[in-house]
Design a protein. Structure first.
Length: 517
């Protein structure tokens, strides 16, 4: 098979040169500004998802996922920090007020003076960063809000060439992975990083360019790993499992021809994404390349994830561990997470994840990332197989940031527990995918009324309760996100179940049952 590593950047040479010069400011910024709560700084937040438009089209309410980075408003706790938050469409003021209410000890008027909300007023599927770049006056407004470029940085969900162009145009550093290194966050790059780290990962092939190469790889994989019943085919740039498909190969025998496999690919792929077709999946595979690998069998399987950060000084920091809540036809679509990961294996995940972080650090990677695993219970205990790397923020970023900001606590790697300053343990149950068609009857103001009247809010004194997100998707998609924080896994899950029951009840209530104002 003739394989190659795909290019992930096509930046103009002068832009690339300017970007690298700006990035040289980051170590000093990290040492002098990030570590000083009283330092003057500006954080420009552009929370759009710069991902394949066809992949994002499979995600319900994808444009509202910009709201997941509203956790960055908690930076306004720092008295001299300004936050410039730019979105595709304006965010309802009631949603902004809701997040500002979590800023304990900071007068709301003081926080609002340091918060600048800007919008492209554009709901099209074009990436948010491209919308900004195409609007010179919006760019000028953002630039005008940056008081000191050398004490400022750009924060994004993920970094592609347009995010680099935006940082250069604004004259500020980009705190994210260099797009030139994005290969290491692809499915193929992940497998190569796992090999360099010397950790377990599924048998398979990477850097495949089309279905013909995939068929040849599958034929080889079956021949060297009989008996083989199922394999998984993944697009390099899939998101939240929607670029994955499962192939039943049990009827192909131990030494199938590539032609027989190619016919099987055309007839029997089972897609994780709703509405995916053979034509669209094959087109994605050819556009981005992909991998094939063995399907991990087991009577008890989990999907944990470890979050890391590689800071501008080149230090690999362990942030947290989670168990991912998965759904979809074969359980590969991310729905939410429980934190921390199961105590039976959470600490065992730290070592392989840190090894991956060190490999990526040595390659020049910087910023937040996660390493996802499939953990299988075998006769002698849990065995962990690394599955993929995400060189970006993700579905576990906002819940953990809110927990950290609200409690001022930290993840203790020795115990794999999250501890508050009073050494109290905290857990959460979180999802971005709470969906009920009846939720469309509610607008954001209704949700705020409900959470106040039914006491579904986070209680600072007890440091437990519920935090909502994706509120903007409520009325259009009947979709909502929430983080339920408790002192045990059972408490967090009970908060979740109780909250869902209340929301279902309130959404189903007839007009006559609603309060009069």
């Amino acid at each position: 098979m003739a394989t190659h590593q795909r290019r992930y950047t096509n930046l103009e040479a002068d832009v690339r040169e300017s970007y690298l010069a700006l990035q040289e400011q980051l170590p000093g910024l990290f040492q002098e500004i990030f570590t000083d709560p009283a330092a003057c700084r500006t954080v420009v937040v552009v929370p759009g998802l710069s991902l394949d438009a066809d992949v994002l089209a499979k995600v319900s309410g994808a444009r509202h996922y910009e709201e997941r980075m509203l956790s960055m408003l908690m930076l306004l706790r720092l008295p001299n920090t300004r936050v410039v938050f730019v979105t595709s469409e304006p965010i309802a003021q009631v949603v902004i007020d809701y997040y500002l209410s979590f800023l304990s000890g900071v007068p709301a008027a003081h926080a609002r003076r340091r918060l600048v909300l800007l919008s492209a007023y554009d709901a099209s599927p074009v990436s948010l960063t491209r919308k900004i770049l195409d609007r010179p006056r919006l760019m000028a407004r953002i630039r005008a809000e940056i008081e000191d470029p050398e004490a400022s940085h750009l924060s994004v969900f993920n970094a592609c060439d347009d995010e680099v162009r935006l940082a250069v145009s604004l004259g500020i550093s980009l705190y994210a992975c260099d797009p030139a290194l994005a290969y290491w966050g692809s499915k193929s790059g992940s497998r190569r990083a796992f090999a360099e780290a010397g950790i377990d990962y599924p048998d398979g092939f990477e850097d495949l360019n089309d279905f013909d190469e995939a068929a040849e790889a599958i034929a080889q994989l079956i021949a060297r790993s009989p008996p083989c019943r199922r394999l998984v085919v993944k697009v390099n740039e899939g998101f939240s499992g929607d670029g994955n498909a499962v192939l039943d190969v049990s009827e192909l025998g131990d030494r199938p021809s590539p032609q027989a496999v190619r016919a099987r690919l055309a007839s029997s792929l089972e897609y994780e994404a709703d509405g995916m077709t053979l034509e669209s999946f094959e087109a994605l595979f050819e556009r981005h390349g992909g991998i094939v690998e063995s399907w991990l069998e087991g009577r008890d399987k989990r999907s944990p994830s470890v979050q890391l950060r590689i800071n501008p000084l080149g230090e690999v920091e362990l942030i947290s561990s989670h168990d991912q809540i998965m759904s979809g036809p074969s359980g590969q679509v991310f729905q939410g997470s429980t934190f921390p990961a199961d105590a039976r294996y959470a600490r065992a995940l730290h070592v392989p994840a840190m090894r991956v972080g060190e490999v990526l650090r040595d390659r020049g990677v910087m910023g937040r990332l996660s390493v996802d695993f499939v953990s299988v219970l075998e006769d002698d205990g849990w065995r962990h197989y690394a599955i993929e790397i995400n060189l970006r923020k993700g579905g576990t970023t906002m819940p953990y940031q809110m927990l950290q900001f609200l409690t001022n606590g930290r993840y203790d790697s020795e115990s794999a527990h999250f501890l508050t300053p009073m050494q109290q343990v905290r857990h959460y149950y979180a999802t971005d995918n709470l969906v009920n068609p009846l939720f469309r009857r509610l607008v954001p103001d209704d949700l705020i009324d409900i959470l106040v009247s039914r006491r579904l809010h986070f209680e600072e004194t007890r440091q437990q309760g519920v935090v909502f997100n994706l509120i903007g998707a409520l009325s259009e998609f009947g979709k909502l996100g929430l983080v339920c924080i408790g002192d045990s896994p059972a408490t967090a899950r009970r908060l979740f179940d109780d909250t869902v029951s209340v929301l279902d009840e309130e959404a189903a209530a007839g007009a006559d049952a609603l309060p009069r104002y």
